[in-house]
Design a protein around this ligand. Structure first.
Ligand code: GLN
Length: 547
């Protein structure tokens, strides 16, 4: 199933596509996904999260677009780096083959070489069995990033046009997601942008089987008929994806309009009478709307207005809030505004930031790079530790907690990470030796690694259900200095989880505190709507005093 987008970006194409995936799954099919990003980067690893949104990390260490996270969470599958296809990856592959002489002296061109390579890639990846099994997916959802008509996506559109002949029309379904804006005082839904984008798509040789219209309110019958007429589709194949109170309702919304029936006619499968998966989504969607007791979490980070830069953390908090029956309220706190110098330059902002921090039920310091706001994060960790406020530190948030502890409990005043001060007399967080400092792309400790929990009395042991071996995903270059572990532990900070070698600190806890928990790994990448990530669950239970 190919999902393209028209009119403008940011339509929620990923959510729409993964929602259809949920419907296919609810019919008992195995579903996998591929996200195509037409940019030239090989992967999202070197892209700024403040420009592009979060870099999502996969088990195999792939650094991908955040949409892969949507697919993993919605479809409850584990994807790999090949499930994210970029222009950079395809061109590298073709150029490599050319250098090897695979093309036997032929002129290497976009058509057919790039387009063939794209089709081969999709076909190969769609047939990779689900991790740890030999089950091959029945359906692969392929989402084409960007907007139809972009120069960058042209080779992909052409490849997908050809693909319908490779696999046969009964094995491919084109879904186009478009926008229906409302104009004028009477609030008329306008179909022209959709008509134009479908015309563009058809001009490129692809006729959509289904058109999904994003709009504020549900599509009027008039608008639906008009789109069907002008866009060469049946009116029952024009679906409305209007704004909903929570995204878990999107699969239900599409289901009510017969989306699965359309797909079952195309792909020739039977829809079972009972679909427990959909029932589960339904009760979750209703439950979220009904939550009344609130829990307030202060997110102490670096902001530029794009909340997508912490998308998985927000999802993990959301899932954990559902499981702990609380309505989530996130207070965004710019870390640098907590710093003492701001008290002089901008006293109001400083006071307001502190007030919001102190009013929160829990404090979270998420992952990050670069030194802006570091001192503010250290102050936030100190406040959490000394006021018995629940604290969750992720990756940088763990390093911050260790620096704070060493400065204020051990009295090593200048403790720091060598990431922020190369000459610190107390390098409590140091650079991992095996990693290159000169090449930023793909030079981190990345992907799934084992953590061994070494203390049966720890919070970690309890949260991970008594499991001593856990696997979580990583993305970092620095680590707690192994030479100082003994002194730090003697002062009361415990490293209750370590890697296979025992040299790398993975989980930190402080005794005599209701919940002070930090991980070097990023637990947020493995959260699921009905299976929240254990550290987040513990954090929300502690923040709502249920732990
Ligand atoms: N900058 C830190 C490191 O590289 C933390 C990274 C992160 O939080 N993902 O180790």
């Amino acid at each position: 199933m190919i999902v393209s987008g028209g009119v403008l970006s940011g339509l929620g194409k990923g959510v729409t596509a993964s929602s259809i995936g949920v419907l296919l799954k609810s019919a008992g099919l195995n579903v996998t996904a591929i996200k195509i990003d037409p940019y030239l980067n090989s992967d999202a690893g070197t892209m700024s999260p403040f420009e592009h949104g979060e870099v999502f990390v996969l088990d195999d260490g792939g650094e991908a677009d955040l949409d892969l996270g949507n697919y993993e969470r919605f479809l409850d599958v584990t994807l790999g780096k090949d499930n994210n296809l970029t222009t950079g990856k395809i061109y590298s592959k073709v150029i490599e083959s050319e250098r090897r002489g695979d093309y036997l002296g032929k002129t290497v061109q976009v058509v057919p070489h790039i387009t063939d390579s794209i089709q081969d890639w999709i076909e190969d990846v769609a047939h990779v069995p689900e991790q740890g099994t030999n089950k091959v997916a029945d359906v692969c959802v392929v989402e084409l990033g960007g907007t139809v008509g972009d120069i960058e996506s042209a080779p992909f559109i052409e490849a997908l046009r050809q693909f319908q002949f490779r696999v046969g029309s009964e094995n491919i379904c084109f879904v186009h997601v478009s926008l229906v804006p409302v104009m004028g005082p009477v609030g008329e839904q306008k179909t022209k942008p959709t008509q134009h984008s479908v015309r563009e798509l058809r001009g490129l040789g692809i006729t959509p089987d289904v058109i999904i219209c994003r709009s504020k309110t549900s599509l009027t019958e008039d608008a639906r008929q008009k789109i069907a007429l002008f866009c060469h589709v049946e009116s029952n194949a024009v679906l409305s994806a209007s704004d909903v109170s929570n995204i878990y309702k999107v699969p239900l919304l599409l289901d009510q309009q017969g989306a699965l029936v359309l797909l079952s006619q195309k792909f020739k499968f039977k829809i079972p009478v009972n679909r427990p998966l959909l029932d589960e989504w339904m009760s979750m969607a209703i439950q979220i709307d009904d939550l009344d007791k609130e829990v307030c979490i202060a997110m102490v980070g670096k902001y530029t207005g794009l909340s997508d830069s912490y998308l998985s953390v927000i999802k993990a908090l959301n899932h954990a809030s559902i499981a702990s029956s609380r309505k989530l309220n996130i207070e965004w706190i710019e870390a640098s505004n907590l710093e003492n110098n701001v008290a002089k330059t901008d006293p109001e902002i400083h006071a307001d930031s502190w007030e919001r921090l102190k009013n929160a039920d829990g404090i979270l310091v998420p992952g990050g790079f670069g030194d802006r706001g570091i001192e503010g994060k250290i102050l936030a960790a100190e406040y959490a530790r000394t006021s018995s406020t629940p604290y969750l530190g992720i990756c940088l948030g763990l390093q911050i907690a260790v620096i704070e502890f060493c400065r204020n409990v051990l009295g090593w005043k200048d403790s720091n990470s060598t990431e922020f001060n190369d000459n610190t007399p107390h390098p409590v967080v140091i650079y991992m030796p095996e990693i290159s400092k000169t090449h930023l792309g793909g030079t981190m400790r990345l992907g799934s690694r084992r953590t061994i929990i070494n203390d049966e009395k720890s919070i970690a042991f309890k949260l991970y259900n008594g499991n001593k071996n856990i696997h979580e995903r990583h993305r970092h270059r620095y680590e707690v200095n192994p030479d100082l572990i003994e002194s730090i532990e003697d002062a009361g900070m415990k490293f209750v989880g370590k890697d296979d070698t025992g040299q790398r600190m993975e989980i930190v806890e402080i005794s005599n505190h209701p919940f002070f928990f930090a991980t070097q790994y990023h637990p947020e990448f493995k959260t699921r709507p009905t299976k929240p990530s254990p550290p987040f669950y513990g954090f929300l239970m502690a923040s709502s005093k249920q732990f």
